[in-house]
Design a protein around this ligand. Structure first.
Ligand code: ZN
Ligand code: ZN
Ligand code: FE
Length: 747
């Protein structure tokens, strides 16, 4: 008899029924059980039968599973006379929780099959699809430990649930039109299909509806209806930040956007992230309203990922015939606060909506939509959340203890590490708001329980005024464990190294908006020589004075004015009103509200302001995104020469004053910054003999800059590490913090 332990994503993906099927097919007797952290099989049969069974186990595993390790030991035979799935017995060990999975093709087919008993059932799911992380209380993954525990199964569902032949054998969220959860409208009597039809009516007439999804509420409206989108902007107080759009299907995506094969794979994957796609030029039959993503040459696009989404787009025999093929689907949250997940919150926040469509399957953990861009035809994760969290990444840690790395202040995600696994949370958001701190604290508790990790070290940023640092201090005190603080940009570089499975020395280039430097100034244009243990700041972009406090992070004209040092030119270029410029001049002359900064993010803001592209950002990264959009309109090539960033800024200013083409100048800026970066890397490499460069920080989300910089560095014979599935922005630094802690034994 063999004892087989299977590690990996083997829970909530139909693994036990699969094992039972291949056991029966191979005439194997024994049992299979969920152990919480792994699946354990006792298998008895002939030598050949066991061999085939083991081979089927690896080759035929369910599509959504991922086997990471199989341990096999031989034991004396017992008296098995059949093959059984036995009750889950919880054991301690590494835990793999499945992320939520988009509705699968089989369920989609049944959803629209009038002869199926789940015809038009908004919660249809199976062992290969449906919610997982967001409805899970504890491991092991069984119905009584999910949001589904309050719904007794009807007779037919129970039969499927207990039948190894069924696609829903052991599918925890199983329900049907006769049992389980139901959709309904808040403040109305409409339920079930009537509620969905009513929502279709409102949306096709240009209305706005809040819709409860997998990981939170969305706010939806017709993406081709300018005034609906405008009303949504005004209600959400979100003047220009791009909205994501959910398209009915791939064909409708292709009418509006350019879709590469690689992008299509991710867009249509079981994770169903938002993918940033290049938009077709106007006049090519496009009709998405201009105010969905103003002045940006790309659009955040996703496909329906729940049965409810499918029914909103297509409801057979409904009176609404021409339902829009694209809906704005933006996270349902007041600005700066995490996405709403319950009806009370929805009631409070979505008063401006014409209807609120909700349901009674409780969301236990928030998970915003994941957002992904593509750089050089490879994915570049911007927000790693629904569909990806909490899949761990492997890191061969020298020390084996568990860590809570609390992450950064903006775009926060946190990370729990245990043994060689780093589990990052879904997206939490910007923790500057106290309501977000609360959500962060609760999410940490939930993930700690779920993954059964009790941190022995807490890691955080060095910033003295981050809320995340205050929370990390509080948690480390409460747990009575050491707290370890890591420089922001070093954490960026470590996260990039970890993602690339790289150990050893690198030249680390961290360009971002802001981070607390070791000398108390603002860093954000850093060149490190570093490894997992330690770092030195080997070079940085020329420091400048950032005057105006928090405002200077949004108002690029302020940075531009101080970089120019000449307020007559600033007035000439109409960078801001006379009063504003006088105010800024006063601050600089009297050294008031001034900090020293090397932030490359702010240099992008300043250049965008000088070129008249964006004086003030209404959302983070707006100026940089618009600058890139403009630069991409230029097809000019430059033979860039080495310039320090201050010289480069002067050159941009002169070109602007000479009336040169704005697109070309924007392109020139990207080329020159890439050249500067590559040359510094080359010099550092010559000095240290290090042949690998790691690029990280939010600025490298700019695909034009990332691509140019990588090319120029590679041309110099150096290897470049970049991000793919871990964000280059602050959403990635929790990994870096965890890795630093794992390399510094302090317990
Ligand atoms: Zn399914
Ligand atoms: Zn049922
Ligand atoms: Fe950063």
């Amino acid at each position: 008899m063999l004892n087989i332990k299977v590690f990996g994503i083997v829970q909530g993906v139909g693994f036990r029924p699969f094992v039972s099927r291949i056991a029966v097919a191979n005439k194997i007797f024994g049992t299979v059980a969920n152990k919480g952290s792994y699946v354990e099989i006792f298998a008895q049969g002939t030598v050949d039968a066991l061999k085939n069974f083991l081979s089927d186990l690896r080759r035929k595993a369910p599509a959504r599973s991922a086997i990471l390790k199989v341990d096999v030991t031989e034991l004396p035979d017992e008296n098995f006379c059949d093959f059984k799935i036995v009750e889950s017995v919880h054991e301690v060990g590494d835990i793999f929780v499945s992320p939520d999975i988009a509705v699968c093709e089989n369920c989609k087919r049944e959803l629209f099959d009038p002869n199926d008993r789940r015809y038009l059932h908004p919660f249809i799911n199976c062992t290969a699809c449906g919610p997982r992380l967001t409805i899970l209380e504890n491991m092991p993954y069984d119905r009584e430990r999910t949001s589904m525990k309050i719904f007794p199964m009807c007779k037919s569902c129970a039969e499927e649930y207990f039948s190894p032949e069924s696609r829903r054998f052991d599918a925890q969220p199983i329900c049907c039109n006769d049992c389980g959860c139901e959709t309904f409208l808040l403040n109305s009597n409409l339920r079930g299909h009537d509620a969905i039809k009513h929502v279709r009516k409102i949306l096709s007439a240009g209305g706005i509806v809040a819709i409860k999804g997998i990981g939170g509420f969305h706010i939806a409206c017709d993406a081709k209806n300018f005034s609906a989108v405008q009303r949504l902007r005004e209600s959400k107080i979100r003047p220009t930040k791009p909205f994501a759009v959910m398209f009915r299907d791939i064909d409708s995506v292709k009418r509006e956007c350019i879709l590469t094969d690689e992008q299509k794979i991710f867009l249509d994957s079981p994770q169903k992230p938002i993918v940033l796609l290049g938009t077709r030029d106007k006049g090519q039959g496009t009709s998405i309203a201009e105010n969905v993503a103003p002045e940006i040459n790309r659009l955040g696009v996703m496909l329906p990922y729940t049965p409810l989404h499918l029914l909103i787009f297509d409801f057979p025999n409904d009176e609404i015939k021409n339902f829009p093929d694209s809906l704005v689907m933006t996270s349902g949250n007041p600005s700066g606060v995490p996405i709403s997940i319950d009806d009370d919150d929805a009631q409070k926040n979505f008063g401006f909506c014409d209807a609120i469509l909700t349901h009674d399957r409780k969301i236990l953990l928030r998970a915003d939509d994941s957002v992904m861009d593509f750089i050089d035809n490879r994915p570049s994760m911007i927000r790693r959340s629904r569909g990806y969290a909490p899949l761990p990444i492997f890191y061969d840690a020298p020390e084996k203890f568990s860590v809570l790395a609390i992450g950064g202040e903006l775009k926060n995600t946190f990370c729990l590490a245990k043994n060689n696994l780093l589990y990052a949370s879904p997206y939490i958001g910007d923790v500057s708001d106290l309501r977000t701190v609360e959500v962060l604290e609760r999410s940490i508790d939930r993930m700690k329980n779920l993954l059964e990790i009790s941190p022995e070290v807490v890691a955080c940023d060095k910033h003295p005024r981050y809320q995340t640092v205050a929370l990390a201090e509080k948690i480390s005190k409460a747990l009575d464990v050491p707290l370890i603080k890591i420089q922001h940009h070093y954490a960026h570089i470590l996260s990039c190294m970890a993602e690339n499975n790289f150990c050893g020395e690198v030249v680390g280039v961290a360009f971002d908006g802001t981070g607390y430097g070791d000398d108390g100034t603002i860093w954000g244009g850093e060149f490190f020589i570093c490894d997992e243990k330690t770092y030195t700041r080997a070079a940085h972009v020329k420091s400048f004075v950032q005057a105006g406090g928090d405002k200077s992070a949004r108002e690029g004209w302020r940075i531009a004015a101080s970089l120019m040092k000449n307020f007559d030119t600033a007035r000439e270029l109409n960078l801001a009103t006379k009063n504003q410029l006088d105010g800024q001049k006063f601050l600089l002359e009297h050294n008031l509200n001034c900090v020293t900064s090397t932030s490359v993010g702010r240099i992008f803001d300043a250049v965008a302001a000088v070129l008249g592209i964006c004086q003030t950002s209404t959302y983070e990264g707006e100026a940089a995104m618009k600058l890139q959009t403009v630069a991409e309109r230029s097809d000019k090539k430059f033979s860039a020469r080495f310039m320090q960033t201050d010289e480069l800024f002067d050159e941009i200013l002169n070109r602007r004053l000479d009336g040169e083409n704005i697109c070309d100048t924007a392109k020139f800026f990207h080329e020159s910054l890439a050249e500067f970066t590559a040359q510094i890397c080359e010099q550092l490499s010559l000095r240290t003999k290090i042949k690998t460069v790691a690029l990280s920080g939010g600025v490298f989300q700019n695909s034009l800059l990332s691509s140019l910089t990588a090319q120029k560095i590679q041309r110099r014979g150096l290897k470049v590490l970049r991000h793919e599935l871990i964000p280059a922005n602050d959403g990635g630094i929790c990994y870096g913090q965890a890795i630093y802690a794992l390399n510094h034994k302090i317990i």
